[in-house]
Design a protein around this ligand. Structure first.
Ligand SMILES: Cc1ncc(COP(=O)(O)O)c(C=O)c1O
Length: 398
């Protein structure tokens, strides 16, 4: 039997997808399942997005498109950046990809040699580690436990950076924790980064989902001199309710954008015309749907926090963005539900799913085995019922 490439021995299927698939199968088999598992926004984009997609179909060029991305999309993204206070970017600093995930893969492919060291604050979004593993990078995890609100501190960053460190992954607002860094926190991290020559991938895909009127702080705005090594990553998936459309973008140094273009020219070639037109309309058009959804998610966050705070021993730093909560549920370890023992987060999620039909993702998928991730974008009635079941589950532990 011929063998696969060595790097495939390091490739793992996404742990989040595994839980989501299990929940889907149980539902298909007739079980009453509430899924808090997958990070989909669960709303649809505005009518103007569909109109732009239809219009693109009407005028299908039948041709390949630009490897960088069509000018209209690049310009719409530039406008979005400018509105967010990111000045000085031009088309030559941008490139598209098939969602932020493929963009991240391309960026790590372009910036890391095998064995290069990469810093990943933990809890992390699972694919950071999975992609870095496939590429043979040397991963250093920087544990940021609940006691420090799941946030990286400047002292921690300073201590972790070695002369050999090539890259930091920074995600704000965070999946899986929903934490948002304050301007002072971002500035303090930026002050560390200016002293050390490493790349930074700034995963900003939840940048329009920040609650409580908090400002959106960014490393590049805090210290503009970082612009020549910080890459901004954005996506239409979460902000515009378009996860299946697959559109992602970067803004960064010209050399990095050019590397993306070269990689694109050798695999995806271009975004499909209809997707590019829809993404352009999303960035360019009215922003009332993302605004309304953000307000809606902040109300759901309140409901989740109030339910969790009523469970003795469960601690959850208050999320201020995205649509996740990441409670520490380790109080359940060493206990039983009925005859099922719970030794860790994976047991917890399995027993909870079997007993109550509620699907959550074990924290170990994000590098923090004391917690679980709750994605709270399901229907409002399901959220209320799922939280009630979670409370009931804890009450029944012995
Ligand atoms: C932090 C983070 N980055 C990137 C992605 C990938 O997004 P996309 O759908 O654009 O590939 C996700 C998706 O869940 C995410 O949560």
């Amino acid at each position: 039997m011929l063998k696969l490439a060595e790097r495939m021995s390091r490739a793992k299927p996404s742990a989040i997808m595994l839980v989501a698939d299990k929940a889907k199968k149980l539902k298909a088999a007739g079980r009453d399942i509430i899924s808090f598992s997958i990070g989909v926004p669960n709303f649809l984009p505005g009518a103007h997005v569909y109109a732009a997609a239809r219009e693109a179909l009407e005028h299908d060029s039948g041709q390949y498109g630009s490897n960088r991305g069509p000018d209209a999309l690049l310009d719409a993204f530039l406008k979005h950046l400018k509105e967010g206070g990111f000045d000085g970017y031009e088309r030559k600093h941008l490139a598209v990809g098939i969602g932020a995930k493929q963009v991240l893969f391309n960026l790590m492919y372009a910036l890391l040699n095998e064995g290069d060291e990469i810093l990943i604050p933990t809890p992390y979004w699972t694919s950071y580690v999975d992609i870095a593993d496939i590429l043979g990078a040397k991963i250093t995890l920087l544990p940021c436990p609940a006691e420090q609100n799941y946030k990286l501190t400047p002292a921690q960053l300073e201590a972790a950076i070695k002369p050999t460190t090539r890259l930091l992954l920074f995600n704000n607002p965070s999946n899986p924790t929903g934490m948002v860094y304050t301007p002072d926190e971002v500035k303090a991290l930026a002050d560390v980064l200016v002293r050390h020559p490493l790349w930074v991938l700034s995963d900003d895909i939840y940048n329009r989902m920040i609650f409580d009127g908090l400002p959106y702080a960014h490393l590049v705005k805090a210290r503009p001199e970082l612009r020549d090594r910080v890459v901004l990553i954005d996506s239409i998936s979460k902000t515009y309710g378009m996860p299946g459309w697959r559109g992602g973008l970067i803004a960064g140094p010209e050399s990095v954008a050019q590397a993306m273009v070269t990689l694109n020219s050798n695999h995806i070639t271009n975004l499909p015309e209809v997707v590019a037109a829809a993404a352009t309309a999303a960035f360019d058009g009215p922003q009332d749907i993302p605004r309304e959804k953000c307000a809606d998610f902040s109300r759901r966050r309140d409901e989740v926090m109030s339910a969790l705070s009523a469970i003795p021993g469960v601690r959850c730093p208050r999320p201020q963005g995205a649509f996740y909560a990441f409670p520490d549920i380790s109080v359940a370890f060493g206990k039983k539900h009925g005859t099922s023992a719970i030794a860790n987060d994976v047991d917890f999620c399995n027993v909870l799913l079997d007993a109550k039909g509620v699907a959550c993702v074990p924290g170990s998928a994000f590098g923090e085995p004391l917690a679980i991730r709750i994605s709270y974008t399901c229907k409002p009635a399901e959220l209320t019922e799922g939280l009630k079941r979670l409370q009931g589950f804890f009450a029944e532990l012995k």
